[in-house]
Design a protein around this ligand. Structure first.
Ligand SMILES: C[S@@+](CC[C@H](N)C(=O)[O-])C[C@H]1O[C@@H](n2cnc3c(N)ncnc32)[C@H](O)[C@@H]1O
Length: 214
């Protein structure tokens, strides 16, 4: 794990005890809307304190990963209180170096994660690798505003948010997704251009590349 990754991980450990009080960014109805269609084998990256766990439909087999022990401990408490019948396991793992074989998940979920992953393109490539060719990556991600003035303000504030809790507020996440070789199938603004619901898939060239290697 790189020094940069360890630094961001420690920042999330530091805020984990108060994270649920701090975080009001994603409405429960947005989480529910994103997750209502998932089924089969699901990977949630950056599961955090487990805010999405109540919204998985019955029968989904969920693996939640996060690199912060503190955040995972909060997620475990949440899971214990949920009494869900879904099979949910929580594992400490870095999204940039997933310990799973290729093409095994039907759905991959990330909500407000790629603002913090130290090398977002590396992390997104990993999502593409473990997603089945016909699988979907569902995201609710905040990113740099398309409004020029708001974008510059976000650039100015970014060093502060990174220092406080590890999140970049000015990431160009749509560009990062494309750079990682993934295809944005749907992009729905849910809070101006700052918060978007995204449906992403592996693109054909990636699938062809894997076919050639095999
Ligand atoms: C802003 S929080 C969002 C948590 C949760 N997804 C939610 O919607 O409330 C970002 C989470 O991503 C995790 N994270 C960031 N980079 C990561 C990485 N490289 N590997 C695993 N988890 C990561 C952080 O530890 C944190 O729990």
């Amino acid at each position: 794990m790189s020094d940069r990754t360890r630094t961001i991980e420690k920042r999330y450990d530091r805020v984990s005890g108060i994270y649920n009080m701090m975080d009001r960014m994603i409405k429960d109805s947005w989480r529910q809307g994103l997750l209502s269609s998932v089924q089969g084998k699901v990977l949630e990256v950056g599961v955090g304190t487990g805010a999405n766990l109540p919204f998985y439909p019955a029968g989904a087999e969920v693996t939640g990963i996060d690199f912060s022990k503190g955040m995972l401990n909060q997620a475990r408490k949440k899971l214990y209180q949920l009494h869900t019948e879904n099979h949910i396991r929580l594992i400490e793992m870095d999204a940039q170096d997933l310990q799973f074989s290729d093409q095994i998940f039907d759905f991959i979920v990330s909500t407000c994660v790629f603002c913090s992953v130290p090398d977002p393109i590396k992390g997104l490539r990993e999502l593409g690798r473990v997603c089945r060719p016909d699988g979907k990556i569902l995201m609710l991600e905040h990113m740099r505003s398309e409004n020029k003035v708001a974008g510059v303000i976000m650039d100015l504030l970014n060093p502060l948010t990174v220092r406080l809790w590890g999140a970049n507020i000015n990431r160009r996440t749509l560009d990062n997704i494309r750079c990682a070789g993934l295809t944005i199938e749907e992009s729905e603004p849910i809070y101006g251009s700052i918060m978007k619901k995204l449906i992403v898939s592996r693109n054909n060239s990636m699938q062809n590349a894997i076919k050639l290697v095999n």
